[in-house]
Design a binder for this molecule. Structure first.
Ligand code: IMP
Length: 429
């Protein structure tokens, strides 16, 4: 039985939550391997609605959940999320959730630096979530990060804070932002350390044992391929690798653990934050998609930019991310639109492109070459079998498969967990 890795195939918010929740009920362990509390999704289980940001979706299904070394962890956001879940009657203890002892911590100055830099960029801002994700990963790569295990060694923690503050206070002062005091930070960290350390362990050992015992592991990606720090629309990206290959490095397992790779894509496209978006619609159709699809950021509440399905971009994501099957979500949002468009190529300064090139100016200049499709009036909303879909909707899905080079193995036709048409179970593949 293979493991399954789920990643976003566009710019995030593809509806991973619903798909991951459905798969989590069939997995033994759920692992987060990158990103931090910049991610966010809402899970509806019975009458309860859970908002998750950092904690893997498995906890809601009572499945062992793991926060891997590749994740950046804000201790206060982590504990607040656990408190919120406990307030809803879901008490998550160390028997259900394990935290890598080598995960990097996000500290208050990371958020402050993230926001101060964005403010200084003005119109050139990236549109980050302001949660300190980028600055925390920068510290990790610069080898000065504070990691979970440091919380158990106060002398090391104090020395590392010295180095960290020398760096950050200089930057913050330069940007006209408030600086941080070592003593205060140290005591704040030592105050939360015991609660965090209850969850900490070398998770790679537990995952290795689980894998050897044939347990089903579900790797839950955050953000999406086009926000990948190497492969996305740089610099309008997040600061981690979001492709499936990152699941191995971000959890401490070998590449064979990644298993089947399921990409999630919306039947149209959305993006939050700045950056190129060739198929963006700024007209009434764009507004219709935003309203009908309830396109507001889960973390920041920002309205999402909306546009037609971009098959060029998703094909690129399929190849970069190693995507073997696609879950297509929110098909029902297209119900009733008389004519649909799908980007099948780009023109950039008069030249034809079958991919999005790396240059920033070229990306900004990319004009989509559209193919037009007949819409459908009969609703797909709530359809639970292929036979219930109107013929033009089937044609649309089939054409997407052809253009992106991956089969649609799962189709989501509504918010309800059961509004799903399953063509192929990724765990059984
Ligand atoms: P950061 O991850 O906060 O540094 O933000 C960098 C970019 O990634 C911004 O454009 C964000 O809007 C975007 N981003 C980060 N997390 C998510 C997510 O979970 N969904 C969609 N976009 C995201």
């Amino acid at each position: 039985m293979p493991n399954v890795t789920v990643i976003g195939a566009q710019w995030g918010d593809e509806g991973k939550g619903k798909v991951v929740d459905w798969l989590a009920s069939r997995a033994d362990i759920v692992v987060r391997f990158q990103g931090g509390h910049n991610a966010g999704h809402t899970l509806v289980v019975g009458s309860q609605q859970y908002k998750l940001s950092l904690v893997p979706s498995g906890v809601v299904r009572g499945k062992l959940s793991v926060i891997g070394n590749g994740v950046v962890v804000d201790p206060w956001a982590f504990l607040a999320e656990l408190d919120r879940l406990a307030g809803q009657g879901l008490v998550v203890g160390p028997e259900l959730l394990r935290l890598s002892d080598t995960a990097t911590l996000i500290l208050p100055m990371h958020g402050a630096l993230d926001r101060a830099r964005e403010a200084a960029r003005g119109d050139g801002r990236i549109g980050t979530t302001g949660r300190g994700i980028g600055p925390a990963y920068e510290d990790k790569v610069a080898r000065r990060a504070i990691r979970v295990a440091d919380l158990a060694e106060p002398a090391v923690l104090e020395a590392k804070l010295d180095e960290l503050l020398r760096h950050h206070n200089t930057l913050l002062a330069g940007l006209g932002a408030e600086t941080y005091d070592k003593g205060t930070l140290l005591s704040e960290l030592l105050a939360v350390a015991p609660r965090l350390l209850r969850f900490a362990e070398p998770v790679w050992r537990r995952l290795h044992e689980a894998k050897a015992a044939g347990r089903r592991i579900l790797f839950e990606g955050a953000q999406a391929v086009m926000l990948d720090v190497d492969h996305g629309t740089y610099p309008y990206v997040t600061s981690s690798n979001t492709v499936a290959g990152a699941a191995a490095a971000g959890s401490g397992l070998g590449p064979d653990a990644v298993g089947r790779v399921l990409g999630i894509a919306k039947a149209y496209t959305t993006r939050v934050g700045s950056g190129p978006f060739p198929t963006e619609l700024t007209d009434a159709t764009g507004r219709h998609l935003g309203e009908r699809g309830r396109e507001f950021g889960t973390v920041t509440g920002r309205p999402r930019r909306c546009g037609w399905f971009d098959a060029v971009m998703v094909r690129q994501a399929v190849r970069l991310g190693g995507i073997q099957g696609l879950a297509l979500t929110k098909l029902d949002v297209l119900d009733g639109i008389p004519e649909l468009k799908v980007a099948v190529g780009y023109r950039i300064n008069g030249q034809a492109f079958d991919h999005l090139p790396a240059g920033r100016q070229a990306q900004a200049a990319a004009e989509p070459v559209f193919e037009t499709h007949e819409g459908w009036t009969q609703p797909t909303s709530g359809a639970r079998s292929w036979a219930e879909l109107p013929a033009p909707a089937i044609k649309y899905v089939k054409r997407i498969e052809e253009l992106v080079g991956a089969p649609v193995t799962l189709l989501s036709t509504g918010a309800d967990r059961d509004d799903t048409i399953l063509m192929q179970d990724p765990f059984a593949a």
